[in-house]
Design a protein around this ligand. Structure first.
Ligand SMILES: Cc1cc2nc3c(=O)[nH]c(=O)nc-3n(C[C@H](O)[C@H](O)[C@H](O)COP(=O)(O)OP(=O)(O)OC[C@H]3O[C@@H](n4cnc5c(N)ncnc54)[C@H](O)[C@@H]3O)c2cc1C
Ligand code: SF4
Length: 509
């Protein structure tokens, strides 16, 4: 059997044990890309995934059903700081790619130039080019067909054109996307090329196994080498009933995402030389700007992001559309009861957009007493200023396009009905605490580098202080990248897998 579930771990000894060449913890952007590369090179791969396997046919627009099934802690996860920032992480086969928007932007050239300076030519534009090409082919990174774009995208594009701002059409990991706008609760048509429908089936076709509903709790370390993982299966019904599961392997790839990976590794007190494990936590924070138009927009008829306004990238921010299903939108508003109902009645007339700010400073993930990650991050005065300016400009775009009101992400200034009222932002937004942010782009807590003194893993992805243990997920980023990260994660994971497969096949892992 290639996809194992909770009941498959019941054994007469009470302990389920497996062997593989490489065990990969996590099936998201990084883990799945690494696993497919390894399996297709002839390596015996076992994935271990905490979440369940949910096929395309199970996806629907009902948030109360989908959030607990597909997201960690039913999407109620929080970064502590000023302001606190709610974040989302997928917990299912496919990880966050199963619930992401499918945008596929490469790492910008200016960032690759920084990486080359910091880490060497291995992370420069020339070395990364073939990796990007390989990844983009795997997830079919391509432009949306015109008919799949919604009216919200057209408003944003026309608004940018009128204001003379640079607008870029989205490239997405999709095949025949019809624009049904359910990406964040799982794509019900299978068009989005999440790792659930791209890399994981490829890995399985090449012989990989996927142990689902197992949470890895520790690494198996013998004679100073990492030789496997230990964890427990979790009953998907109550998430309490547990059975011990062990996977022994020649090498371990940790790909649990930028919060879970450092928490797991910190449990073994790794990364001491540089002190960088858990540090360099980047989250590309996002502030929502919701416009209501005097006419039907029906933004749910169209892909959730048709494009981005890139005019202000040099100033540290960009604008994106990101329309979402009604229950999720209602839950993200700072209103309750009757007021929330009054606002949501205009769902058909809304366009939801956001300001994404490139991190100018990093936070930290520590390990809590129960082994859970504790992410901490506060925005800097510079980021705060970027948000205020970005929010003002984005709201201006909506008024330019005829919006009748705009909801701003401030707890003390929520609704404005004209461009003139945007002047209130300066006077009312002196504190970071009134800004309402969220994020879905977590990165950078086990940074890759050329020296053990300032990074957690080497340029092959192997921990400097634990042979046999590799990282292949968003944790690897040496610095912030300022754009949606999945292509960069997959490219770095591909690099890690290519290096590791050479070692495993030559028996030198
Ligand atoms: C709602 C949303 C929208 C997004 N939109 C975009 C977008 O449009 N474009 C883009 O580029 N990026 C987007 N992203 C971000 C992108 O999806 C993530 O950056 C990327 O998937 C992270 O890859 P990863 O491999 O680091 O972790 P993940 O993809 O999160 O995978 C980690 C996996 O590890 C598993 N895991 C964690 N801990 C354990 C453990 N101890 N034992 C076993 N398994 C474990 C998790 O269950 C999960 O499946 C979005 C993310 C979200 C949540
Ligand atoms: S818009 Fe609909 S069809 Fe297209 S990727 Fe998203 S969920 Fe799938």
């Amino acid at each position: 059997m290639t996809i194992l579930r909770y009941d498959d771990y019941e054994t007469s000894s009470g302990r389920a044990t497996y062997d593989a060449d490489v065990v990969i913890v996590g099936t998201g952007a990084g883990g799945a890309a690494a696993g497919a590369e390894l399996a297709e090179a002839g390596v015996d791969v076992a994935f271990v995934e905490e979440g369940s396997y949910h096929p395309t046919s199970s996806f629907n627009p009902y948030a109360t059903e989908s959030l607990p099934r597909l997201f960690r802690d039913a999407a109620a996860t929080m970064i502590f700081g000023r302001p606190p920032i709610p974040y989302l992480e997928g917990r299912c086969v496919g990880g966050s790619t199963t619930v992401n928007g499918g945008m596929t932007w490469r790492t910008p050239d200016r960032i690759l130039a920084d990486w080359e300076r910091l880490c060497g030519p291995e992370l420069g534009a020339a070395a990364m080019e073939p990796l990007f090409e390989r990844v983009e082919k795997s997830v079919n990174a391509s432009r949306q067909i015109e008919a799949s774009l919604g009216e919200d995208s057209r408003l944003m594009e026309e608004g940018a054109r009128r204001l003379g701002w640079d607008y870029l059409h989205t490239v997405r990991s999709q095949r025949n996307c019809v624009g049904s706008n359910n990406c964040v609760l799982g794509c019900p048509t299978g068009a989005k090329q999440s790792t659930l429908v791209s890399y994981i089936p490829r890995a399985i076709a090449a012989g990989a196994r996927c142990l689902t509903e197992v949470r890895v709790e520790s690494l198996l370390i013998e004679g100073g080498r990492c030789v496997g993982v230990r964890g427990a299966s979790l009953c998907p019904r109550d998430r309490r009933t547990r059975r011990p599961v062990t996977v022994r392997a020649k090498a371990v790839i940790v790909a649990c995402g930028a919060t879970q990976t450092p928490a797991l590794l910190l449990g073994h007190k790794l990364g001491r030389t540089s002190g960088q494990l858990g540090r360099n936590f980047l989250c590309h924070p996002n502030a929502k700007v919701l416009a209501v138009y005097p006419f039907d927009v029906k933004a749910w008829q169209g892909v959730n992001q048709g494009g981005q306004v890139r005019e202000f990238v040099a100033d540290g921010y960009l604008f994106a559309e990101n329309f979402i299903p009604p229950a999720e939108l209602a839950a993200s508003m700072p209103t309750h009861g009757l007021r929330a109902w009054e606002i949501m009645k205009d769902y058909n007339r809304m366009a939801l957009t956001g300001v994404l700010v490139e991190d100018s400073h990093a936070g930290r993930v520590t390990r809590g007493l129960g082994g859970q990650p504790v992410p901490q991050y506060s925005i800097t005065p510079l980021d705060h200023a970027r948000f205020l300016e970005g929010i003002r400009k984005l709201a201006m775009l909506h008024f330019e396009m005829g919006a009748e009101r705009v909801y701003l992400p401030f707890s003390n200034l929520h609704e404005v009905t004209s461009a003139d009222e945007l002047q209130k932002i300066g006077a009312t937004q002196r504190s970071r605490s009134t800004l309402e942010l969220f994020t879905v782009h977590l990165m950078g807590t086990a940074r890759m580098g050329a020296s053990a003194s300032d990074s957690v893993v080497d340029l092959d992805g192997q921990l400097w202080d634990l042979p046999g243990c590799y990282v292949a997920d968003a944790s690897l980023f040496p610095t912030a990248i300022g754009v949606n990260p999945q292509i960069t994660i997959m490219a770095l994971a591909t690099r890690v897998a290519q290096r590791l497969s050479e070692r495993v096949l030559s028996k030198a892992a």
